[in-house]
Write a protein that binds this ligand. Sequence first.
Ligand SMILES: C[S@@+](CC[C@H](N)C(=O)[O-])C[C@H]1O[C@@H](n2cnc3c(N)ncnc32)[C@H](O)[C@@H]1O
Length: 293
Amino acid sequence: MTKVQDYDSLDYDYRKYWKDREYENLSERNILSKIITSGYNFIDIGGAYGRLTDIYKDKYNYSILFDYSYKNLKRAQKYKNVFRVCGDIYNMPFSDNSIEGGMCIRVMHHIEDPKKAIKELSRIINSDFILEFANKNNFASLMKHKFSKEFISQDKYEIPHNKDSQGFLDNQIFLNFSPKFIITELSNNKFDIKNKYSVSNFRQKFLKKFLPLNFLIGSENFLQGFFSKMSFGPSIFLYIEKKNKTKFIKQDFSEILICVNCKTKLINYKCNKCRKSYLDKSGIFNFRPTFNN
Ligand SMILES: C[S@@+](CC[C@H](N)C(=O)[O-])C[C@H]1O[C@@H](n2cnc3c(N)ncnc32)[C@H](O)[C@@H]1O
């Protein structure tokens, strides 16, 4: 089985991470507010406690906050049309092409098998999607490692190696990817790249310390086209669209759910074949592989 970065076993409250990262938060929100469209249903894959839910929740009839971490989902603010679903990106409990749009932000760096995750993503998404990944070839990193043998000898277009300075896979999964690698995988999995955005371009301690936040965000807005063209920043957002889209069929949340074990359609959140019920007392739909009801 593919290894998963499990925040719950580390007891990691992800809200803590955002205490002193106002610039990165604003930079991401800025671009998402511009590119998230509207439609019938939307999924936020690896959405954790819903840091970004307010941006999309009113643009869709219903949204899905999907994450492997049960504890972080439990911390999410409850909204009427946002369903909290706990599960694994490699095996999502949704039927083919059942979700119109979505996003996956700051999750790819925890994905040990990106090919498998992208294939699964392509299976459930019908129209458009925003995929973020940590950029292995960002400008600061390229400069830092310009003269490092280790960096030069590695294959820039593949996923990082075990002892790679750009990522590690030992106890924790933290991986940066080259844009070319991710774009090729998306294209192999029926996605066209519509736009590329370089985000958090000023993520440098000294810049954040000495320059006002408004100035950094304003400059980023002004220079985003240029930065994006050269994949300058540490974080790349890709706006992607399904090739040869089929006609989207609008279905309620309860109608798109399938069992993660036998792939049968659920009825009232239950799999009659496996005799499992996936809705728990906290109102979370729990599809974690270890889950036993
Ligand atoms: C760095 S956080 C990002 C949270 C959110 N997208 C944001 O930007 O605020 C990464 C999230 O990915 C989730 N995650 C990691 N591996 C996953 C997997 N295999 N399936 C689903 N979620 C996963 C983690 O539980 C965590 O909540």
